[in-house]
Design a protein around this ligand. Structure first.
Ligand code: NOJ
Length: 706
C-alpha cells in the first residue's frame, strides 16, 4: 500500500477502531465460540472491541494464526490485518543456546545468523514481530533474566544487540523471512535491586546514560521497529508512565520514531506501583508518557476513547500511535498478504520440516562455539574414542537443555549429554554414585550438574547462586573415588563455583545449549571443536560480591598489591575483591600468546584515529579460535571512570604454531563518555591500552588524545 492509500485508510477509521489498534491480547481471546468465558470475559471485551484489536502475542501454531487472522478479517470493518508478535528469544521451535551463551561467543556474525535463522522459522509459523533482543545491562547473577541478556558490558551488548536487530530485520521487512524486532526493556530493568525480579531500580542518570542506554542506542541506529518498556521505576516513575524516559530520552534524544509497547500488564501495574488509582488513570499516564501499545490489559480499549471524547487527551497522541502501528503493518506487507510467510495448509508441515532440518545442524555448531572452558588441568580433550568415560549427575540424561523462553521448542528433539557422548565415545558408562567400583575404573568421570530450566529466566531470581548442596556432595563423592573429574555445567546465570572448583580437573560451562546441546558438548569434550567462548559476565567468588563487574569505578581507596593488608581500603575482610573467573575469560585447547603490539601513532585526534596492531601467536599444535580483547583506561576524567572498558574485540583463528595480525582502530568516539551534564564527549589527555584474552589483560601501551 502506498502512503496515500494508507493515509486514506487511516482517515476512514473511527475513534474506537483507532483505539483498538493500540491494544494487544493473547490468542485465547479468539478461541471462544458461542458463550464468552475466560480472558475475554475477565477483560470484558465485546466483539466490536475484539475485532478492532491491533495485535496478538504468543500464538503456538501456524494454523492458529491462519484461523485467527481469517476470523478477524471477516469481522473487521476495514480489513486491517492483525499483527502477530511472540517471544522468539533464541529460536522458535529449533532452539539455539540461550542469549547469555550466544554472548559468550563474542561473535556478532554468529549472533546475526542465529537471528536470521530464528526469523525464518518464526515467519514460517506466522509471526511478524519478535520481542527480542533484550538489551538490559546486567550485573547481578541473582536476577534470573541475565539468561536473556548479552552480559555485563555495554560495548559487547551494543554490538550484539545491533547484530540481533540486523539479523531479524534484514535489509527490509518486505523481504521474506524477516521479523520486526522489539528491543527491551527500556530502561534499567537489569538493575532490579538485590537481583529480585520486578523489584525497584535506583540508578543515577549518569549510570543510565553511560551503561544502560548504549545498547538501546545501537538498536535504534540499526532501525529497530519497536521498544518495550520495562516493569521497573526509573527515577521513581515506572517506565510505562515515565514521560522523561519515553518522551525526552527515547523519542527526543535517541530519535526513536517506531512503536513503544508496554510490557505485559505493565499499564495496569501502575496501580500496584501506587502512582495510579485505577485503570483509567493508569491509561492516562501511559498514553501521555508515549506508550503506543498496551500489552495484555484492557486499559486503553476501555478508557482511551472517553479521554478523547472528553477532550482530556489530544487526539493527535492517538493518531500518532495508530499511524506508527499501521506503518509497521504496511512495512511488513500485511495489507497485501495478511498470511505473510505462511504456506497453504497442505504445504505447511513440509515447509516447517524443511526449515527444522536446515536449522538443526547449525544449532550444534553454534552451541559448541558458546561453551566456555573454565578450567582444564590437561584432562581435555579426551583424545581417543576408546577412553573409558563415566557419566554421572542429574544433567547426564536430561532433555531439559533448552532453557527458559523456548516455549515452542520440543524437548523430545533435544540431544541429551548422554546421547551426545554416545556418538563420540565407545566405552561410555552411565553411573550412579553407588557404582563405586565402576567409577574407580574409568579413565575419567564426567559429572553433569546445574540448574533446571525454570531456575533461571523471568521470575526466577535466586538469593544463592551456588549449585544445590546434593550436587556438590555428589561431586565430592565422585572425586573421592576418582580424581579425573570433568564437570559440565548446565545453567542460565553465573554460578558461584568456589565450593566445586577444587573437586575436578576441568569445568566446561555449557549454559542451556539448546536442541543439539549434548552433541555440541561431546564435540568439545572429544576435541572435534576447540572451545573459544569467553564469559560475558564475571563469575563471583561469593554471592556477597554482587554486583560484580570488571569495569568498576576507581574508588578513593582502591586496593592494590602494596596496600592490600591495610585496613581502610575498599575490600572485604573475608574474601578477595576479585571474581573467581573474570569477564572475558575462557580457555582453549590451543595456547595463545599476544606478541608484538604496534601503535600507528602515539596520539589520536578527531580526524586521525590510531591503529593498534597485535600479533596473536598460537604456540600449540592445535588450531583454534580466540577472542582478542582491547580495553582502554581513561587516566583522568571529569567524573570517576571505570578502571578499564572494553572497546574492541575480534575473534581470530590461528593455525598450529602460526600467527595472525589483529588490527583495532581507535577513534575519538571510543573515548567519549557521559559527563556530569549528561552530555557525551571525549576529553583530551592520555589513555592506557590493555590487550589480551580476558578483562585482566596486561597493559600494552598508551596514547594521547589531542
Ligand atoms: C513479560 C516479559 O518481561 C517480556 O520480556 C516479554 O516479552 C513479555 N512478557 C511477553 O511475553
Amino acid at each position: 500500500m502506498n502512503n496515500s492509500e494508507l493515509k486514506k485508510l487511516f482517515n476512514s477509521m473511527t475513534l474506537s477502531e483507532k483505539v483498538g489498534q493500540m491494544g494487544q491480547v493473547t490468542p485465547d481471546f479468539f478461541s471462544n465460540e458461542g458463550e464468552i468465558t475466560g480472558p475475554v470475559a475477565e477483560m470484558k471485551l465485546n466483539s466490536g472491541e475484539l475485532y478492532s484489536i491491533g495485535s496478538i502475542l504468543g500464538t503456538h501454531k501456524p494454523e492458529q494464526v491462519i484461523d485467527i487472522q481469517k476470523k478477524y478479517l471477516e469481522n473487521n470493518r476495514l480489513g486491517i490485518p492483525l499483527m502477530f508478535m511472540a517471544d522468539v528469544i533464541h529460536g522458535y521451535e529449533t532452539i539455539f543456546p540461550i542469549p547469555l551463551a550466544l554472548a559468550s561467543t563474542f561473535d556478532t556474525n554468529l549472533v546475526k545468523k542465529v537471528a536470521q535463522l530464528s526469523s525464518k522459522e518464526a515467519v514460517g509459523n506466522g509471526i511478524h514481530v519478535t520481542f527480542s533482543p533484550m538489551a538490559d545491562l546486567v550485573r547481578d547473577p541473582r536476577w534470573g533474566r541475565v539468561l536473556e541478556s548479552n552480559g555485563e558490558d555495554p560495548h559487547l551488548s551494543s554490538k550484539l544487540t545491533q547484530a540481533y536487530v540486523e539479523g531479524y530485520q534484514g535489509k527490509s521487512l518486505l523481504h521474506k523471512n524477516t521479523l520486526a524486532s522489539c528491543v527491551k526493556h527500556f530502561l534499567g530493568y537489569g538493575s532490579s535491586e538485590a537481583g529480585r525480579d520486578y523489584n525497584t531500580v535506583s540508578v543515577s542518570d549518569l549510570e543510565l546514560y553511560q551503561n544502560h542506554l548504549p545498547a538501546f542506542k545501537a538498536a535504534i541506529e540499526a532501525q529497530v521497529k519497536l521498544v518495550m518498556t520495562s516493569f521497573n521505576t526509573v527515577k521513581g516513575i515506572p517506565s510505562s508512565a515515565n514521560k522523561w524516559l519515553l518522551g525526552n530520552v527515547l523519542r527526543k534524544e535517541l530519535g526513536f520514531d517506531g512503536i513503544i509497547i508496554s510490557d505485559w500488564g505493565a499499564i495496569q501495574e501502575l496501580i500496584n506501583h501506587r502512582i495510579a488509582e485505577d485503570s483509567k488513570e493508569a491509561t492516562r499516564l501511559a498514553v501521555e508518557a508515549g506508550v503506543d501499545i498496551d500489552m495484555m490489559t484492557s486499559s486503553y480499549i476501555k478508557h482511551l476513547g472517553d479521554f478523547i471524547e472528553d477532550g482530556e487527551i489530544n487526539i493527535e497522541t492517538i493518531n500518532q500511535a495508530v499511524w506508527r502501528i499501521l506503518t509497521l503493518k504496511n512495512e511488513l506487507g500485511l495489507f497485501e498478504d495478511p498470511y505473510r510467510g505462511l504456506m497453504k495448509l497442505e504445504n505447511l508441515d513440509q515447509n516447517l520440516d524443511n526449515i527444522r532440518k536446515e536449522l538443526e545442524p547449525i544449532t550444534r555448531s553454534v552451541a559448541s562455539d558458546s561453551l566456555v572452558l573454565l578450567k582444564n588441568e590437561g584432562i581435555l580433550p579426551i583424545k581417543t574414542k576408546s577412553t573409558k568415560v563415566g557419566l554421572i549427575g542429574p544433567k547426564a540424561q536430561t532433555k531439559d537443555l533448552l532453557g527458559a523462553w523456548s516455549w515452542i521448542g520440543d524437548k523430545s528433539e533435544v540431544i541429551s549429554i548422554y546421547e551426545g557422548l554416545q556418538e563420540q565415545f565407545e566405552r561410555l558408562t552411565l553411573s550412579t554414585i553407588d557404582d563405586t567400583d565402576s567409577i574407580s575404573k574409568q579413565d575419567l568421570v564426567i559429572v553433569a550438574l546445574g540448574e533446571n530450566s525454570d531456575e533461571s529466566g523471568e521470575a526466577a531470581s535466586r538469593s544463592s547462586i551456588q549449585l544445590q548442596q546434593e550436587q556438590v556432595e555428589l561431586l565430592k563423592k565422585v572425586y573421592e573415588i576418582n580424581q579425573n573429574v570433568v564437570v559440565l555445567l548446565i545453567n542460565g546465570r553465573p554460578i558461584d563455583l568456589t565450593n566445586i572448583v577444587n573437586y575436578c580437573k576441568a569445568i566446561l560451562e555449557c549454559w542451556f545449549p539448546g536442541t543439539s546441546g549434548g552433541a555440541a558438548i561431546a564435540d568439545v569434550l572429544c576435541g572435534r571443536v576447540n572451545p573459544s567462548a569467553k564469559l560475558p559476565m564475571s563469575f563471583p567468588a561469593s554471592v556477597g560480591q554482587i554486583p560484580i563487574y570488571y569495569n568498576y569505578l576507581s574508588t578513593g581507596r582502591p586496593k592494590n598489591e602494596s596496600n592490600k593488608d591495610e585496613k581502610y581500603i575498599s575490600k572485604y575482610l573475608d574474601i578477595a575483591n576479585d571474581p573467581l573467573y573474570p569477564f572475558g575469560f575462557g580457555l582453549s585447547f590451543s595456547n595463545f600468546e599476544c606478541g608484538k603490539v604496534e601503535f600507528s601513532s602515539g596520539s589520536l585526534s578527531k580526524d586521525a584515529p590510531i591503529k593498534i596492531t597485535v600479533t596473536i601467536k598460537n604456540l600449540s599444535n592445535i588450531s583454534g579460535k580466540t577472542v582478542v580483547q582491547l580495553y582502554i583506561e581513561d587516566k583522568i576524567a571529569e567524573v570517576a571512570r571505570p578502571v578499564r572498558e572494553l572497546k574492541g574485540f575480534t575473534k581470530v583463528s590461528v593455525e598450529p604454531l602460526g600467527c595472525e595480525e589483529v588490527v583495532f582502530e581507535i577513534t575519538d568516539k571510543d573515548l567519549m563518555y557521559i559527563h556530569s551534564n549528561l552530555k557525551e564527549s571525549a576529553d583530551k589527555g592520555s589513555f592506557n591500552v590493555y590487550i589480551g584474552f580476558d578483562s585482566l589483560a596486561p597493559k600494552v601501551g598508551e596514547f594521547v588524545l589531542v
